[in-house]
Design a protein around this ligand. Structure first.
Ligand SMILES: *Cc1c(COP(=O)(O)O)cnc(C)c1O
Length: 232
């Protein structure tokens, strides 16, 4: 079976699983967006997903992403940047993407706002939270969220939409839920402080159900759509 057919089937199967989990956890299915994480995949694979109806794609590596954005420029794809951000690379991120999930310091947010064309809709931003408190991981600790949200909420060309996390891997569904629940609580707390966040970017191939159970609005799925990645 050609890869193209497999990818289309995977997309449809995931849409069904998302609908099933939405029903199971009493959530409106339209509140949950499937983001296809296409890092390391060739543009043909993205096109196959696109032809199966997929419109949102997430990329981690800027140079690789720019090539794909260029080849798919006649589509209505929404591009999400979900990788580590170097401050000298913000200009292309600011203008070639619709969303950035991995903001974890105000300097980056300021540069994205300064470099985003004011003629366009503001760039959608999520703050990456180091929710499992890993010393080496990207993201800010939850206790710094209010301050960072305050610092960036007045910037004109970006819009603070919500929070993103990549928790440590665990096979325990209970532990997965408990971490995602902390993310939901962190967002609720910010909203009580006067912010208006509507986005929780959490859940990957291995923990999608737990994320949906705890309120994910964007699930970021790579492997379940495109198959296992080659080691990088
Ligand atoms: C690679 C990646 C994903 C997708 O992971 P899968 O396990 O392949 O679904 C999601 N989010 C981020 C930030 C990633 O880097």
């Amino acid at each position: 079976m050609p890869n193209q057919t497999v990818i289309a089937e995977n997309i449809h199967r995931l849409q069904e699983r998302i609908a099933d989990f939405a029903a199971k956890y009493a959530r409106p299915v339209n509140d949950i967006l499937l983001l296809a994480v296409s890092k390391t995949r060739p543009v043909e694979d993205l096109l196959a997903a696109y032809q199966a109806g997929q419109r949102h794609f997430g990329e981690n590596y800027l140079q690789e992403a720019l090539v794909k954005i260029q080849s798919l420029q006649n589509t209505d794809i929404q591009w999400h940047f979900i990788g580590a951000i170097q401050s000298n690379k913000t200009r292309d991120i600011a203008n070639e993407f619709d969303w950035v999930h991995s903001v974890d310091r105000s300097k980056i947010a300021r540069r994205l706002s300064e470099q985003r064309s004011p003629d366009r809709a503001p760039l959608n931003i999520c703050l990456q939270v180091n929710i499992s408190n890993e010393r080496t991981k990207a993201g800010i600790t939850p206790d710094m969220l209010t301050q960072l949200a305050k610092e960036i909420s007045t910037l004109p060309n970006i819009k603070l939409r919500g929070l993103m996390a990549i928790p440590v891997k665990t096979d325990s569904f209970h532990e997965q839920r408990s971490i995602f629940q902390q993310m939901h609580q962190a967002m609720d707390q910010l909203n009580q402080q006067g912010f208006s966040l509507d986005t929780l970017s959490m859940g990957m191939t291995e923990d999608m159900e737990a994320a949906i159970a705890e309120g994910a609005t964007i699930v970021r799925i790579g492997t379940a759509i495109f198959g296992p990645r080659a080691q990088k």
